[in-house]
Write a protein that binds this ligand. Sequence first.
Ligand code: NAD
Length: 317
Amino acid sequence: MTADVDGWRIVLTGGAGFLGSHLADRLVAGGASVICFDNFLTGARSNIAHLDAHERFHLVHQDVTTYLDVGGEIDAVLHFASPASPIDYLKLPIQTLKVGSLGTHNALGLARAKGARFMLASTSEVYGDPQVHPQPETYWGHVNPIGPRGVYDEAKRFAEALAFAYHRTHDIEIRIARIFNTYGPRMRMDDGRAVPTFIRQARAGEPLSVHGDGTQTRSLCFVDDMVDGFLRLLTSEHAGPINLGGDEEVTVGELAEVIRDICGSSSSVVFADRPQDDPQVRRPDTTLARELLGWQPQVDWRDGLERAVRWYRQQPG
Ligand code: NAD
């Protein structure tokens, strides 16, 4: 599969975020023109500063919950804007619901007006605290709609439903990626997710704070692999939803120890309360991605963590 986007003109919402900025890099490198919409709610100017001068990259500072328009033809609209880490969406519950609903509506409207393909960055959180393990795309999930995390989970579930409604009603082409935990360079040190938090704590010589007893599991995917999955899905003929994620499961306790070792730190591990509705297990069934997209992660999670730690070491301060 070639995943060729050469010559495409693409609107990317959330392009100044962690995943969006890596995706922008790959699209531009692949010959596409990228119009990035971001209001820097949780993203950073520095993530895309290196693209500023590129003739095929254009930044629009805009909240995508307001009317979205661009001149000229567009081949694809990729909707990645949304707070994504629990710390962010618990602090920004209404913005999270708005960007998942109104933002998705605007992005779909733009795709419809342009006859463009629409792609949604959905999430493994649509499965909630799953009662089926690993999670196949056919599993409908186990979500508490009124719990604090419901603002994110339900926003994404609504976004998927809206994308399918546009597909069925207006015949627009859609692609839905259900993204599992991804990590790598440009994750914010303070975004509260396990990988950057453990790296920051280990490097500062502080105790590593593991939620619960650390036996809950996560499956990690290095960002380069994830972006490869996005491109394959975008250029495929499959609407999805398709799970994209690492299929090796690791306990949070083990993750803390491995990161401590990579950082060469002697920090202790302390156990803190589990957040409400925190999933106990998380692992994608990636059969569809393998069979339909020929995709599977290439980077071993320990190697990927070393690369992430190396990047953090290079950051000023
Ligand atoms: P991020 O917070 O780094 O990036 C999100 C970007 O969206 C930021 O640049 C932010 O400023 C922007 N944004 C938010 N609301 C906006 C609005 N109303 N208007 C314009 N821009 C807005 O998060 P990320 O980790 O890069 O996640 C990107 C997407 O992938 C999100 O949709 C997220 O739900 C999804 N996702 C990420 C992961 C992961 O492991 N990182 C897992 C599952 C799903």
